[in-house]
Design a protein around this ligand. Structure first.
Ligand SMILES: Nc1nc2c(ncn2[C@@H]2O[C@H](COP(=O)(O)OP(=O)(O)OP(=O)(O)O)[C@@H](O)[C@H]2O)c(=O)[nH]1
Ligand SMILES: [Mg+2]
Length: 200
């Protein structure tokens, strides 16, 4: 299955001002600056689709993107999904009240969105054992419904040497290992996503 088109749909502050839950959604979540917006751009093969930045805290709203896939099935040649770019967890440099509101809106989305099918938890491959990621993992496992899956995607693997990468793969045999810089692991991630959504 090929991803053939992606476009920005809308931004929302919370689930209340989000688009109708009519299409399956894939949420990209994780620490601020881990590469959520970048991975969405890599999957969609469009550099500036989701705004990425070296300054943490770039993404401040729930951003919805409409994704079109081409299937092998002549009867149903196209299928659709939404990718959802989320603000990072644990971004320290915003005011406490704003941070609390963000977290409320974020967790509200993750907990209550009926059409959310996949949590893609992005983890910096150089720091796979951070408390914040353990908390995210625990939280998502706790709220996850039977129709949902979690994909652990380790980002920035271009920053590891080959023995570090081998060790990481041994430690996390179910992980996906990605570099947005070198475009590694992107097809594997896409396949894992479409397999759950459409059975490939
Ligand atoms: N070396 C390397 N840098 C990356 C990779 N992916 C993202 N980056 C860089 O990491 C920084 C943050 O990327 P973003 O995609 O904006 O991260 P984010 O998780 O969306 O951040 P917030 O929106 O602030 O939560 C940018 O400077 C990217 O260029 C990667 O695979 N390798
Ligand atoms: Mg972002």
């Amino acid at each position: 299955m090929n991803l053939i088109d992606a476009k920005f749909l809308q931004s929302a502050q919370s689930i209340e001002d989000s688009p109708p839950p009519s299409v399956a959604e894939v949420a990209f979540l994780g620490r601020s600056n881990v590469g959520k917006s970048s991975i969405l751009n890599s999957l969609c093969k469009q550099k500036g689709l989701a705004k990425s930045s070296s300054t943490p805290g770039k993404t401040q709203l729930i951003n919805y993107f409409e994704i079109k896939f081409k299937t092998q099935d002549l009867e149903a040649p196209y299928v659709y999904a939404r990718f959802v770019d989320l603000p990072g967890f644990g971004y320290a440099k915003v005011a406490k009240t704003l941070k609390a509101a963000w977290n409320r809106n974020l967790t509200g989305y993750l907990e209550q969105r009926v059409n959310l099918q996949i949590f893609v938890h992005l983890i910096d491959s150089r720091h796979p054992e951070l408390d914040i990621d353990k908390n995210v993992d625990e939280f998502v496992n706790h709220i996850k419904r039977g129709d949902q899956i979690i994909i652990n995607a380790f980002t920035k693997i271009d920053k590891l040497n080959s023995s570090e990468l081998q060790k990481l793969k041994r430690d996390y045999p179910d992980g996906i290992f990605v570099s947005n810089l070198k475009k590694q692991g992107i097809i594997e991630l896409q396949n894992k996503i479409t397999e759950h959504l459409f059975g490939n």
